[in-house]
Design a binder for this molecule. Structure first.
Ligand code: ASP
Length: 286
């Protein structure tokens, strides 16, 4: 199988993102490198800079109005991760520096911000007009005012169903195989509505992403539910037992109607599966 870079634009994301994702995949894969980490990090960086996505610029606000982001990168036993990081432009680049420059796997909260500044990432406000508007609607929602939510916010997960909160989608992720090496990267503003300090699946190896010598996997959807099922590691352990597409489908079906999606690449296959719409983009090269 040729080398492959596969991207997703979030469980529940609109298929109108497909062109952009294919463009990001193609422009990344035209850069010559033998390290799959370079491909997944660069493509996630491009998606973080695209305000359509809930990652980096355009990340969703928490209930208190703050933006805290999660991101991670993983390759054969190398992991870098940041959680609840604030005021940086590209969380995925900070996650890679955690992997390269520290003895740690994850740095969180104010420690992550301090670390980012110490390695040269400047102050940056990822707020956009869109996320500001969504947040104001959420506040109105909490205050019991009548607001009209667009259709794409009309899905709710368990506790959100009970309280009637609107939900944000459009997290981003990437998996790659280059030669016989694999990597995965992910970045998100989270799954709103969220309390400040909430951390989802995305920065947690085994839950939101996994990469080893047999493949790479990235999940998207309701983080709490993905963590409970250790989604990505569970899929990884099944690689080779049946077609990759079947493994993904079976795992996604365990979630019932809880929003979830996944992308994966193994030595011979790549696949994606979601129980809702999920935009993907792909590039393959010799
Ligand atoms: N999994 C992310 C989270 O729960 C959100 C998403 O993928 O849409 O933080």
């Amino acid at each position: 199988m040729p080398n492959v870079l596969l991207l997703h634009g979030g469980a529940g994301s609109d298929n109108s993102y497909t062109d952009a994702l294919n463009r990001y995949a193609n422009s990344t894969s035209s850069k010559i490198s033998k390290d799959p980490v370079d491909f997944v990090v660069e493509s996630v960086r491009l998606m973080e800079d695209d305000p359509s996505f809930n990652a980096g610029t355009g990340s969703v606000k928490r209930i208190d109005g703050s933006i805290q982001m999660d991101a991670a990168v993983m390759s054969n036993r190398k992991i870098g991760s940041v959680s609840a990081i604030e005021r940086v432009r590209n969380p995925v680049l900070v996650a890679r520096e955690v992997m390269l420059q520290t003895p740690h796997v994850m740095i969180t909260g104010d420690g992550a911000i301090k670390f980012a500044r110490s390695v040269g990432f400047g102050d940056y406000d990822p707020t956009t007009e869109r996320t500001e508007t969504i947040w104001k609607k959420m506040v109105d929602f909490f205050n019991g005012k009548e607001v009209e939510l667009p259709e794409r916010y009309s899905q709710y997960y368990r506790y959100a169903k009970i309280f009637g909160f609107p939900q944000q989608k459009d997290t981003v992720g990437a998996v790659a195989r280059v030669g016989n090496k694999f990597a995965a990267a992910v970045s998100t503003g989270g799954s709103s509505p969220m309390m400040r300090g909430r951390v989802g699946d995305s920065p947690l190896p085994g839950a939101g992403l996994y990469a080893g010598e047999n493949g790479a996997i990235v999940a998207t959807g309701i983080g709490e539910e993905i963590i409970k099922r250790m989604m990505c590691y569970d899929i990884y352990t099944k690689i080779g037992t049946k077609p990759l597409q079947d493994i993904l489908k079976e795992k996604v079906e365990e979630f019932g109607d809880i929003l979830v999606g996944v992308i994966a690449v193994s030595k011979d296959e790549y696949a994606s599966y979601s129980n809702n719409s999920m935009a993907t983009g792909v590039s393959t090269w010799p």
